[in-house]
Write a new protein. Structure first.
Length: 67
């Protein structure tokens, strides 16, 4: 198995593969992984949590700040 890794800015539906000749006419697996900074990961983790599911934590007066 031979693997390459490269970074690219996706601006359209096509990507240029460096040294593609070595893979020409071969079956390959393509994996796309988005670079995400630590702040975005933490925000996503928090957005998947809902304190409103825990009855003991639900205090309507505290939610007034968000209205």
């Amino acid at each position: 198995m031979h693997a390459i890794e490269f970074k690219a800015n996706v601006v359209g539906e096509f990507l240029r593969i460096p040294n593609f000749e070595q893979f020409k006419n071969k079956h390959v697996r393509v994996v796309i992984e988005e670079d995400v900074d630590a702040d975005q990961i933490e925000t996503r983790a928090l957005s998947n949590h809902s304190a409103s599911l825990v009855e003991e934590w639900w205090v309507e007066s505290e939610d007034e700040v968000w209205k």
